[in-house]
Structures are given as structure tokens and as C-alpha cells.
Design a protein around this ligand. Structure first.
Ligand code: HEC
Ligand code: HEC
Length: 391
């Protein structure tokens, strides 16, 4: 054991990375099977990956019984066809209560060191899952703390099998902690890396993306456009966290979306990390989300207030958004907290098209069609030609 610990220190491997590699053993063993350029994600020591655990998580993710009134599941707001985000500007909870923010994509969420648009204190997927389940402001799944839903799960023969194989050494597996573990384990398996851009960049297939998209890539990574500073790394995100390698710290930034009159320059319901830090300079600061698959889940930004990718690019080109009437009136480009890297740039129609083409080259259609991430409660389509379905 001592020698193993020493090896861990010498190789710079965290215990979390080790645990990701040795769960359960045997057929339960989870293989990441990661593409080139993708490191092994960090996994909490007390929740090692296993095939059975991810499978249980998938059933829970799609199960409406996880909401107080049986009307919603995680998948209601994180839909596979929208890269596990949503197409609504603001999400709506199970009781119809309107939310205040846009749902976020869960693809490659295993690499995010902090979760949600602007809460720096939610670090693990295990903890995060409790927020939609039990949160009251806004009410999402609206579960009661009496854990009646655990009793429902316990009575279900599918779950009897799944919990047992996901937590084989646990004599009382039907616990809330195990629900969040399984959900987190499933979420970590949703990895996307098969976009045309990946083919072009990692597999050197120069025909995988168009010349226009290549021009867009140049703009994206240019010092004038600056996009890569905030949407960087293999995940095109604010930061990423992996078991090995350098960690890039989350920075959170204000992109000049608003500049409303009064002491708080953003709409009161969405003031960014200011809501947690209460520091004036943090008003309007949000996490820059991963741009992988961004094409699939308009509208954009934390409140879904920009309808299209073209609109987002125009916002950056103008160094902020000008709103001329209504309660959010103001010139975002003058927001006192705006990130100094958002300075605007001249934008020809062709450059706009190029940047959009580049962003669309990050779309990985395999992730939205992958049966491993789809609803396990739906009967599988078995119309495989020649499979003898028995007419
Ligand atoms: C009613 C809609 C809704 C439901 C149901 C819902 N979510 Fe979300 N989810 C959201 C919204 C909105 C956000 C952004 C929240 C914020 O920034 O405050 C989010 C954010 C997240 C994030 C952070 C993603 C990131 O990039 O940081 C994770 C992880 C997540 N949800 C997982 C889940 C899981 C697991 C469930 C089921 C237990 C679930 N969600 C149920 C709407 C929903
Ligand atoms: C200073 C950091 C920064 C720079 C530079 C930056 N972004 Fe962003 N980006 C963000 C943040 C933060 C958000 C979320 C802002 C919000 O919701 O208020 C965001 C959101 C987005 C979104 C919407 C994503 C979604 O899921 O809704 C797109 C698309 C985007 N940026 C593209 C770009 C492009 C293209 C560039 C270069 C022209 C760029 N960004 C430059 C920080 C930045």
C-alpha cells in the first residue's frame, strides 16, 4: 500500500484517478475509452465509475418518479436531442413554476470543476443533483424530504436489480446518497468527442470541415476575437478539471449582456456570482460554457436571451449588447464589470458565417443518437433488418 501511495505521488496521479480505473473489477469494470486529446476525468474517491452504476443513473435520469408530482425527470430539461440542454430560454419546473435560467448542456460535464452558470460552491455532480431534486427557488423536481420516492424505487423490480448490482456491498442500497452517486456516474459517461472538428484537429483529416469553418477557427483563436481565452482547452470551456494534468481555474466573466440602471447592473434575478460573493465587481459574471454542440441548443446565454449563434457573435462584435427599451434598457458595452477582453471587432458577413461554421463543426451527432445515453424506459426500436422480429 505504501508503495502504491508513493507511486501515486511520483506519477502525480490523484487517488480519484486510480479509483476511476479499478471499480468493482470483473464485468463491472468501467472503461473510459477516451478519444485522443481527452484526459481521464476526476472522479470522487467514494463514487468510482462502474457500468452498473452508470446504468442505474440512466434509469433515474429518465424516471419521472424523481419529481414530487411525477411529471418531470432530469431528462425533461436536459434532453438528449438538445445535447442534454433544452430549447427553452428559461426552464419550467414540475409544478409549472418558471425558472430564471436556461438549462445547460451536460455533455462532457465530467470535466467541469464547478457547476451551473454562476454558483461557485457547487463542485461535484453528486451534490449538484440535490439542487433540482429538492430546491425550492426555483422549484424544479419538487421532491419532498420524506423520501417517499425512495420507497417507490424500492418497490420496483427493475430498481431492485439495478441498485443491487450498482452497490453490491451495500446492505441498504436504497439511499439518497446512492441515487445521487448513480446520477453523477451516468452524467460522467456522457462524453462527446466525435465532431467533425475533432476529426480535423485530432485525426488530421483535412476534409472533415469546410474551408469556411477553417477560416472561422482562425478567427476564434485570434487575439482580435479572443474567443479562445474564455472558451478554451479541448472542451472549449471556461476551465476543465481532469485527474491528471494542469487544471485551468474557473474565472467567470461579464460579457456586457446588460447594463441596467441602479446599483446592480444586471437584472436582479440573474446577477451572476455576485449572488454568492456579494462583491460589486462580481455582478454579471457567469461561467463560460463549453461550446461543443452549441449549435444544438439555442437560445443562448444564462437567460436564453439571444436567439441565434449569429446574434451571439454580433453581441461580441459590438463589445456588448445595447437594449433600447423596457426594464433592461442600457448599453451593455459600458457595463463597469465587463471583461477587458471583450473589446469588439469589425465583422464582415463572411466572417460571421465563418465563425458560425466553425461553431457548428463542434457538433457531435453521435452523442445525441447514442443509445447508451437514451431513455431506457422506452421500448427499444428493434427493427433491425433481417433480425427476424417474427412477423
Ligand atoms: C426544471 C428543469 C430542470 C430539471 C428538472 C433539472 N435541471 Fe439541471 N439544470 C437546469 C437549469 C436551469 C440549470 C442551470 C442552473 C443554474 O445555473 O442555476 C441546470 C444545470 C444543471 C447542471 C450544471 C451543468 C453545468 O454545465 O454546470 C447539472 C450537472 C444538472 N443541471 C444536472 C441535473 C440533474 C442530474 C437533474 C435531475 C436530478 C436535473 N439537472 C434536473 C434545469 C433543470
Ligand atoms: C471574457 C470571456 C469570454 C470571451 C472573450 C468570449 N466569451 Fe463567449 N461566453 C462567455 C460567458 C461568460 C458566457 C455566458 C454569459 C452569460 O450567459 O451571461 C458566454 C457565452 C457564449 C455563448 C453561448 C453559449 C450557451 O450555451 O448559451 C456562445 C455561443 C459564445 N459565448 C461564443 C463566443 C465566441 C464566438 C466568442 C468570440 C467572438 C466568445 N464567446 C468570446 C465568456 C466569453
Amino acid at each position: 500500500m505504501k508503495r502504491l501511495a508513493l507511486a501515486i505521488v511520483m506519477l502525480g496521479i490523484t487517488p480519484a484517478a486510480i479509483s476511476a480505473l479499478e471499480p468493482g473489477g470483473g464485468p463491472q469494470r468501467y472503461r473510459w475509452n477516451l478519444p485522443k486529446g481527452f484526459p481521464v476525468p476526476t472522479v470522487p474517491v467514494d463514487n468510482p465509475m462502474s457500468v452498473a452504476r452508470a446504468e442505474l443513473g440512466r434509469y433515474l435520469f429518465y424516471d419521472n418518479r424523481i419529481s414530487g408530482n411525477g411529471k418531470q425527470a432530469c431528462a425533461s430539461c436536459h434532453q438528449q436531442k438538445y445535447a442534454f440542454a433544452d430549447n427553452r430560454a428559461l426552464s419550467t419546473g414540475s409544478t409549472g413554476e418558471p425558472g430564471v435560467r436556461k438549462s445547460m448542456s451536460l455533455v462532457n460535464i465530467a470535466y467541469a470543476p464547478a457547476l451551473t452558470w454562476s454558483n461557485p460552491s457547487v463542485g461535484t455532480l453528486e451534490d449538484q443533483a440535490l439542487v433540482p431534486m429538492f430546491g425550492k427557488h426555483p422549484l424544479e423536481l419538487g421532491l419532498n424530504t420524506d423520501n417517499r420516492f425512495l420507497a417507490l424505487l424500492k418497490a420496483d423490480s427493475t430498481y431492485q436489480r439495478l441498485f443491487k448490482s450498482a452497490f453490491p456491498s451495500d446492505i441498504k442500497p436504497f439511499r439518497l446518497e446512492n441515487v445521487t452517486r448513480a446520477l453523477a456516474c451516468f452524467e460522467r459517461t456522457i462524453i462527446s468527442a466525435r465532431s467533425p472538428y475533432d476529426k480535423y484537429h485530432y485525426q488530421h483529416d483535412s476534409n472533415a470541415i469546410s474551408e469556411l469553418a477553417k477560416r472561422g477557427e482562425e478567427l476564434f483563436f485570434s487575439w482580435q476575437y479572443n474567443c479562445f481565452h474564455c472558451h478554451g482547452g479541448f472542451n472549449f470551456a471556461d476551465s476543465e478539471d481532469a485527474a491528471r494534468g494542469k487544471r485551468r481555474w474557473l474565472q467567470y466573466s461579464n460579457t456586457g449582456l446588460y447594463n441596467v440602471a441602479g446599483p446592480i447592473s444586471y437584472p436582479a434575478t440573474n446577477a451572476g456570482i455576485y449572488e454568492f460573493t456579494k462583491k460589486a465587481q462580481d455582478v454579471g459574471k457567469f461561467k463560460a460554457p463549453s461550446l461543443r454542440n452549441v449549435e444544438l441548443h439555442p437560445p443562448y446565454m444564462h437567460d436564453g436571451s439571444i436567439a441565434t449563434l449569429e446574434g451571439v457573435i454580433e453581441h461580441y462584435a459590438a463589445a456588448g449588447r445595447k437594449i433600447t427599451e423596457g426594464p433592461n434598457k442600457g448599453d451593455g458595452s459600458l457595463n463597469p464589470n465587463k471583461d477587458p477582453r471583450i473589446v469588439g471587432f469589425p465583422l464582415t458577413p463572411r466572417d460571421k458565417k465563418a465563425l458560425v461554421a466553425f461553431l457548428c463543426s463542434l457538433t457531435d451527432r453521435s452523442v445525441i443518437n447514442d443509445p447508451r445515453f437514451s431513455d431506457p424506459w422506452k421500448p427499444r426500436a428493434t427493427s433491425v433488418p433481417g433480425a427476424g422480429a417474427g412477423h
